[in-house]
Design a binder for this molecule. Structure first.
Ligand SMILES: NC(=O)c1ccc[n+]([C@@H]2O[C@H](COP(=O)([O-])OP(=O)(O)OC[C@H]3O[C@@H](n4cnc5c(N)ncnc54)[C@H](OP(=O)(O)O)[C@@H]3O)[C@@H](O)[C@H]2O)c1
Length: 271
C-alpha cells in the first residue's frame, strides 16, 4: 500500500498514550480512522481533536479481551466505512513484577490484549483484505520482543510471540497483496506505559519519542517495510550478539544496567 490518503485504518489503543499521536500522524496523511479502546471519553476526545483539522474519525469503545466485542468492532467499522484497509494493533498492557508473584488473571489478561486480540482482529479483517488483494497489518511490538525484559516476562513473551507470528503470516501470505509490518519501539518518553514512571532508562539502552513511533508507523505502511526498530541507541547489534551467543547476550543485558533498572522500576510501582 503506497499512500494512506482515503484509507480506512482501524487503530487499537486510540484513547491514550501513543495511540492518539499515531492517529494524528495517520490523519495528517489523509487516513480515515476508527479508534478502539475501552475509554469512551478518551476516544471521543481524540476523535474530536482529529475532526478539528478535517479528518474523519470514529470512536469505537471496546474491551479487547472479549471475543464477541472484537467481532462486533470489525463488523461495525466495516458497516460504517465499507471496508478496513489497515489494522494497527497498538493496544497493549504491561504486567510488570516478579513473575511468580503476579496474579494469574493479570498474566492471562496481558496475553489476551497483547497477543490474542491482535491475532483475532487480524483473522477478522483478513478475508476482506485477501478478497481485495490489498491491506496492511501493523503490529506494535517492543524491543522486549528481541531481548526479554526481566520483571516484564509475560509482556516480553507476548511481544516476541506477536513479532514471530507476524513474520510467519507475512511468509504464509506473501504475494496476496496484504502486507505485514512490526514496529519495535524502545522505552517511549513523554506519554504511555513507561513515561508514567517518570524514570530515565540506562544510557546504553536508550529511548525514543512517541512522534518517532508514529512516523515509523506511517513509513512502514507507505513504503511497505517489514520491520522497524525505533530507538536512540543502535540495539540491533546487541540483538545480533544475543543470537550468536545467549551467554554474551545475558551479560550485555546486565552490564547495560537493564536488569537493575527493571528491578528498580517495579519497586517504584510497588510490585
Ligand atoms: N510506552 C512504551 O514505552 C512502549 C515501548 C514499546 C512498546 N510499546 C507498545 O506500544 C503500544 C502502546 O503503548 P502505550 O505506551 O501507548 O500504552 P498505554 O499508554 O498504556 O495505552 C494502552 C492503550 O491500550 C488500550 N487498552 C488497554 N487494555 C485494553 C483493553 N482490554 N481493551 C481495549 N483497549 C485496551 C488503552 O485504552 P483504554 O484503557 O481506554 O482501554 C490505551 O489506549 C503497546 O502495545 C505497548 O506495548 C510501548
Amino acid at each position: 500500500m503506497e499512500k494512506l490518503n482515503g484509507k480506512v485504518v482501524l487503530l487499537t489503543g486510540g484513547s491514550r498514550g501513543m495511540g492518539p499521536i499515531i492517529a494524528e500522524a495517520l490523519a495528517k496523511r489523509g487516513a480515515v480512522l476508527a479508534l478502539a479502546a475501552r475509554s469512551q471519553r478518551g476516544l471521543d476526545d481524540v476523535a474530536t481533536h482529529l475532526r478539528e483539522f478535517g479528518a474523519k474519525a470514529l470512536a469505537m469503545p471496546i474491551d479487547l479481551r472479549q471475543s464477541a466485542q472484537r467481532e462486533q468492532l470489525v463488523a461495525d467499522v466495516q458497516r460504517e466505512y465499507g471496508r478496513i484497509d489497515v489494522l494497527i494493533n497498538n493496544a497493549g498492557l504491561e504486567t510488570e513484577g516478579p513473575f511468580t508473584e503476579l496474579p494469574w488473571t493479570s498474566i492471562q489478561e496481558t496475553i489476551e490484549v497483547n497477543l490474542v486480540a491482535p491475532m483475532a482482529l487480524t483473522r477478522l479483517v483478513l478475508p476482506g483484505m485477501l478478497e481485495r488483494k490489498a491491506g496492511h497489518i501493523v503490529n506494535i511490538a517492543s524491543i522486549a520482543a528481541k531481548s526479554g525484559a526481566p520483571y516484564a516476562a509475560t509482556y516480553s513473551g507476548t511481544k516476541a510471540g506477536l513479532a514471530e507470528w507476524t513474520r510467519a503470516l507475512r511468509l504464509e501470505l506473501a504475494n496476496t497483496g496484504v502486507q505485514f509490518s512490526t514496529i519495535f519501539p524502545g522505552y517511549v518518553r513523554e506519554v504511555g506505559m513507561f513515561a508514567k514512571f517518570g524514570v530515565q532508562p540506562p544510557w546504553l539502552v536508550g529511548s525514543c519519542a512517541p512522534s518517532q513511533v508514529a512516523k515509523a508507523v506511517v513509513q512502514v505502511i507507505e513504503k511497505n517495510r517489514r520491520e522497524k526498530i525505533v530507538n536512540s541507541r543502535p540495539l540491533r547489534y546487541s540483538f545480533v550478539a544475543n543470537e550468536l551467543s545467549p551467554t554474551f547476550g545475558d551479560w550485555l543485558m546486565r552490564i547495560s544496567g537493564l536488569v537493575d533498572f527493571q528491578r528498580r522500576k517495579v519497586g517504584k510501582r510497588g510490585g
